[in-house]
Design a protein around this ligand. Structure first.
Ligand SMILES: Cc1ncc(COP(=O)(O)O)c(C=O)c1O
Length: 363
């Protein structure tokens, strides 16, 4: 007997990347930050007393909203704090998409989107990216002929690492009448020379919702904290109608606020990761794994037929190195590899060198 709604009974749940139990694993499969959060976050954690947890947290996460608003040059009313970026996505779908409506995204894209669309009983349509992973010229026409209610774009893109410009986003926002979600989970790793900043667009475009997370750039994946940035036309219904009354807890609010305030620390971390990204990209290309430039904290590498992506994934796993393999159209010959610490990246390169050379001695 099943009590599930029919769309839930028929759907598959999201399969998260593997979280190994042992310590001796090099974990490059879920785009976590290889370095810890700032000392300011540690101090905020140590400052929390049990008595602080006796009371409910600030319902609207007022202190965090103030700090985030200041950080982005917007008003508090434009910030929507959530339990991870994933909660923001779920909130947006439940608030803005009716069952049966069409939600558009690109192919490939973040693998949670189809799951969220199924939960809401919406139809997710994936518009294929071109071979170089850029958007097709007629992307807006396709969106409009689908009569999509919502469009979900990851920028910089996952899993390819490609960035589209603020101008392209402006063009979509002004010609698409639905809600345009710009999922900026990886934005912190964009090279500053790109001068990429979509936040000011929310003043002009009521239909843009930007997603941010502290999981990647702020090394707090275990905390579960994200937030949206949007005009109050989109922010208010989520803040005051559909959000759980205490969706972010006291500890998370305190730590997230401290994390955003330690700006110098995180900026240095992002620069380190960008430098490692360049080195890793070069090393992978030298080994024959075709790896394009990325603006995120991961790279997407095309693996030659020998050894093949799935076999390389398995051979790395045997050596306790985890990367991500997607058995999906256009990705089955590729691996997504998170940027690790310098030592982790070096160990990965050594392992791939050995596997490719067919020597295969265990490390
Ligand atoms: C593209 C994309 N968006 C959003 C998220 C959500 O991140 P979190 O829920 O950890 O904030 C992720 C996490 O992997 C992601 O890859």
């Amino acid at each position: 007997m099943s009590f599930e709604r029919s769309n839930i009974a028929n759907m598959q749940g999201y399969v998260p990347g593997e979280q190994p139990k042992q310590d001796n694993v090099i974990k490059l499969n879920t785009n976590e930050n290889p370095y810890p959060a700032s000392p300011q976050v540690q101090a905020a954690l140590e400052g929390i007393r049990l008595n602080d947890l006796r009371l409910y947290p600030q319902a609207l996460a007022k202190n965090f909203r103030q700090v985030a608003a200041e950080r982005h040059g917007v008003k508090e009313e434009n910030i929507i704090p959530t339990n991870g970026g994933d909660e923001l996505l779920r909130l947006a779908l439940t608030t803005f998409a009716d069952s049966g409506e069409i939600i558009a995204t690109t192919q490939p894209s973040y693998s949670l989107y189809p799951v969220l669309a199924c939960i809401q009983d919406c139809n997710l349509i994936e518009i294929p990216l071109l071979d170089d992973w850029s958007m097709p010229e007629d992307f807006i026409d396709q969106l409009n002929s689908l009569q999509a209610k919502m469009c979900l774009l990851v920028n910089p893109h996952a899993p390819t690492g490609k960035l589209i410009t603020v101008d392209s986003i402006k063009k979509i926002a002004s010609n698409f009448p639905g809600v345009l979600i710009i999922d900026e989970a990886y934005v912190d790793f964009v090279d500053p020379s790109e001068s990429y900043n979509c936040v000011p667009l929310i003043r002009e475009y009521e239909n843009i919702l930007i997603l941010r997370t502290l999981s990647k750039g702020y090394s707090l994946a275990g905390l579960r904290f994200g937030y949206g940035i949007a005009h109050k036309t989109l922010a208010n219904p989520m803040m005051f109608k559909t959000r759980d009354s205490y969706n972010t807890d006291h500890i998370a609010q305190k730590l997230a606020t401290a994390a955003l305030q330690a700006r110098d620390y995180v900026e240095a971390n992002w620069e380190t990761i960008r430098n490692s990204r360049t080195k890793l990209t070069d090393a992978l290309n030298q080994l024959g794994l075709v790896t394009g430039s990325s603006q995120t904290n991961f790279v997407l590498s095309q693996v030659p037929a020998e050894p093949g992506a799935e076999a390389l994934y398995a051979a790395l796993q045997e050596r306790n190195i985890l990367v991500r393999y997607f058995r999906q159209p256009r990705l089955e010959d590729k691996l997504r590899i998170s940027i690790g610490s310098e030592q982790e990246n070096a160990a990965l390169i050594t392992a791939i060198t050995e596997i490719v050379a067919g020597q295969a001695p265990r490390v």
